[in-house]
Ligand binder design. Structure first.
Ligand code: NDP
Length: 458
């Protein structure tokens, strides 16, 4: 049977766009539908506009620190409208680029919602479209916590619509999104209360990084409500009141719920196509990213595997190469470097000390120092922490973790070394670039401690 397209991609975010574009360059006829904005969450209400706001917050610190370096800088306040205009213009520019990438590669684009009628047929904005293969790349969406009054709070998308910086902001959740926005708004001058359930922020990251982050947040005057669960949110006159389980309450002008995201599958008609979901509502896929329907695949956040833009892009590219390029391959989910754009930022790749120690004995190399910029600026709490987790048996560097200025930039390079399986001796042989913070990663000579010995003996 002849189909309208060899491939139809539902969702024009990072993963979907890459998959469609590469499939088209391999000669496939490709259709792609996007109902909201080309580039998806990352370009429009995620990584890109967020990073511009991170930069804005950092400029505030640089101007404060400038006096220590001899500059006579007068700060006259911050104008969110000016930042928003620059930010939104950049997002619009990228939107255009994404659209042109697709049409330039020969894809047919639909600015419409696509839903399944059956495993090969879609309703795309009221038009019936068939495809031999279909890729679901619809991403995720932020969800509020299930508490009364949650609708009074913001979700991450709403942050980009703010007209002014709230004087007092409560952030609930200490994952990537909560921490990044807590630091951004603190940097832009807001009083920030951060509420989280665990004893340390950023669950799942290395414990030393989490501890150092908590101290760094304290040092910038961010109030942390540790081990607290939100109970309800109420409007009281012109402000909001967040009640916590246990009785405490916090007042603010705005509340941001950053309590996680969920796969965006509502109304897609997956059941009509025979596509099953996991208990957590993600589209179920095998190692090849094939769903329970043999001609349908799913990539990116809708699969809830490793919800990072570059991962979705890599998976989309590999899938297009596999299906249409004659080069079957899989994107590797191991040793994926990642960054959290807190203040200071975090960069990490590979295993945490706890995870590595659970598998066998490891040597830990750790250093903590005040970077040169802050020995001069005197800004409190701007210590850098760098850590290597090394397998005692193979000497391979299993994990690298950093909190400090430029951590994201530095970790991209270290990520190559860790993914390549290089040893501590390979790191030691590398000549440092002086004077940088990064050189510490190749000059760490003294073992701080060993861990996991008992696990190996058992
Ligand atoms: P995360 O899963 O990272 O964090 C969710 C946070 O909300 C956790 O602190 C969690 O607490 C808390 N939480 C969950 N449910 C509740 C509840 N009912 N009440 C109170 N607290 C709750 O999600 P994010 O939304 O921050 O980020 C989503 C994903 O987006 C990330 O996993 C990441 O992959 C991606 N992302 C990546 C970025 C980057 O690369 N820099 C930036 C932003 C997002 P607890 O820890 O106790 O479970």
């Amino acid at each position: 049977m002849a189909y309208d397209f060899d491939l139809f991609v539902i969702g024009g975010g990072s993963g979907g766009v890459r998959c469609a574009r590469i499939a088209a360059t391999h000669g496939a006829t490709v259709g792609i539908a996007e109902e909201r904005f080309w580039g998806g969450t990352c370009v429009n209400v995620g990584c890109v506009p967020k990073k511009i706001m991170v930069n804005a917050a950092e400029y505030g610190q640089w101007t404060e620190d400038a006096a220590a370096f001899g500059w006579n800088v007068e700060r006259k306040g911050f104008d969110l409208a000016a930042l928003a205009a620059a930010r939104d213009a950049e997002v619009a520019r990228l939107n255009g680029i994404y659209g042109r990438l697709l049409t330039g590669a020969g894809c047919t684009i639909f600015e419409a919602r696509a839903t399944f009628l059956d495993a090969h047929t879609l309703d795309v904005g009221g038009k019936r479209v068939t495809a031999e293969r279909i890729v679901i790349a619809v991403g995720g969406r932020a969800v509020p916590p299930p508490i009364p009054g949650a609708e009074l709070g913001m979700l991450s998308d709403d942050v980009f619509r703010l007209k002014q910086v709230p004087r007092r902001l409560i952030v609930v959740g200490s994952g990537y999104i909560g921490l990044e926005f807590a630091c951004i708004f603190r940097g832009l001058g807001a009083e920030v209360d951060l509420v989280y359930r665990a004893d340390l922020p950023l669950r799942g990251f290395d414990a030393d990084i989490r501890t150092a982050l908590k101290e760094a947040l304290d040092a910038q005057g961010l109030r942390q409500h540790v081990g607290h669960h939100p109970a309800r949110l109420d409007r009281q006159g012109d402000h909001l009141r967040l009640s916590l389980l246990g009785g405490e309450a916090i007042e603010a002008d705005a509340v941001l719920f950053a309590t996680g995201r969920e796969p965006h599958i509502q109304g897609l008609g997956l059941d009509r196509a025979g596509v099953m979901c996991t208990a957590k509502g993600a589209v179920e896929v095998d190692e090849e990213h094939r769903t329970t329907a043999p001609n349908i695949y799913a990539i990116g956040d809708v699969t809830d595997k490793l919800n990072l833009t570059p991962m979705a892009t890599a998976v989309g590219h590999a899938l297009a190469d596999t299906l249409f390029g004659g080069t079957p391959r899989k994107a590797d989910y191991h040793n994926v470097p990642t960054a959290v754009f807190t203040s200071p930022p975090i960069g990490t790749v590979g295993m945490t000390e706890a995870d590595a120690a659970a598998q066998g004995p490891v040597d830990i190399y750790l250093t903590r120092f005040t970077p040169m910029r802050h020995t001069i600026s005197g800004r409190p709490g701007r210590k850098t922490l760098m850590k290597l987790v090394v397998c005692q048996r193979t000497r391979k560097v299993l994990g690298a973790h950093m909190l400090g200025e430029d951590a994201a930039e530095i970790m991209q390079g270290i990520g190559i070394a860790v993914a390549a399986g290089l040893t501590k001796e390979d790191f030691d042989r590398t000549i440092g670039i002086h004077p940088t913070a990064a050189e510490e990663f190749v000059t760490l000579r003294t073992r701080t401690r060993e861990a996991g010995v008992r696990a190996a003996a058992e």
